[in-house]
Design a protein around this ligand. Structure first.
Ligand SMILES: [Zn+2]
Length: 263
């Protein structure tokens, strides 16, 4: 299949799309947009796999978000069974989230949850999709996550990882890059120049785009629901920042998605 663009991270299985999912999917098909539908707990991971099975331009990722579902334990056998599905191309989203107040014990629990995803990713040979959000004005969660990732690298040198929803400095981007990560930029880059330096410095062979839809819509739909087809707007913005043709950015990010997800 030939794609114009590839959204590496969306939540099309969420109820936000229940009323018009068919139309959203039709727009993707028409515009040749592929996507990975990402789970945030066991139920939404199952739903992601179900949806991906029905469409040849969708794949799925399965995982347990660091703090969206604090009461849910990471059910290793259940996730392992799901991860064996050929439509599952990633493990996540998983990671660390200190944005909401976290106690030391909560941080340790998040790290433990992340390590379980690392073991699963290694076992099934699929990339990690990493969510990382520090507390305001700090890089605390990134510092902890990069330390865990460095250990992971030492233990399992060939695990791939994607820094999902990357919104940070060039320096932070380079720390992820040094650990072999792909950098996935959200549509946020269409309405702020805060991440332009990081975009400019991300090597073309590590660059990915995503919507995280229904969240974080681009400038043209700001404050409203996002959808995978809007990823084209980010591609246009990246092309401007990198002073490169948009077609080249689109093609490169599709190739990178194929590479990291083994499509
Ligand atoms: Zn997400």
């Amino acid at each position: 299949m030939t794609f114009f663009a590839f959204d590496t991270h969306c939540h099309l299985q969420f109820s936000d799309f229940d009323a018009d999912r068919g139309e959203v999917l039709a727009r993707m098909k028409e515009q040749k947009i592929g996507a990975v539908v990402v789970g945030t707990d066991l139920a939404s991971s199952k739903a992601a796999v179900e949806l991906a099975r029905q469409h040849d331009f969708l794949w799925a990722a399965v995982g347990l978000h660091p703090n969206d579902n604090l009461d849910e334990l990471f059910d290793v056998p259940a996730f392992e069974a799901l991860a064996a599905d050929p439509k599952v191309v990633g493990i996540g989203e998983c990671g660390l989230d200190y944005f909401r107040e976290t106690t030391a014990a909560m941080r340790e629990a998040q790290k433990d949850r992340f390590e379980k995803h690392v073991e699963l990713a290694h076992k099934v040979g699929k990339p990690l999709i990493i969510h990382c959000r520090p507390s305001a004005g700090t890089t605390d969660a990134h510092d902890d996550l990069l330390a865990l990732l460095a250990n992971t690298r030492a233990k399992y040198p060939d695990i791939s990882a994607i820094a999902h929803f990357f919104t940070g400095s060039r320096e932070l981007m380079e720390r992820y890059l040094a650990l072999g990560c792909y950098i996935s930029f959200p549509c946020v880059i269409t309405f702020t120049d805060m991440y332009d330096d990081a975009v400019r410095a991300t090597p073309l062979d590590r660059l990915l785009v995503e919507t995280d839809s229904p969240y974080a819509a681009p400038k043209s739909h700001r404050g409203r629901r996002n959808e995978p087809a809007f990823v084209a707007e980010s591609i246009g913005r990246i092309a401007e920042i990198k002073a490169a043709p948009a077609d080249e950015i689109a093609l490169t990010t599709v190739q990178n998605a194929r590479m990291v997800f083994n499509l």
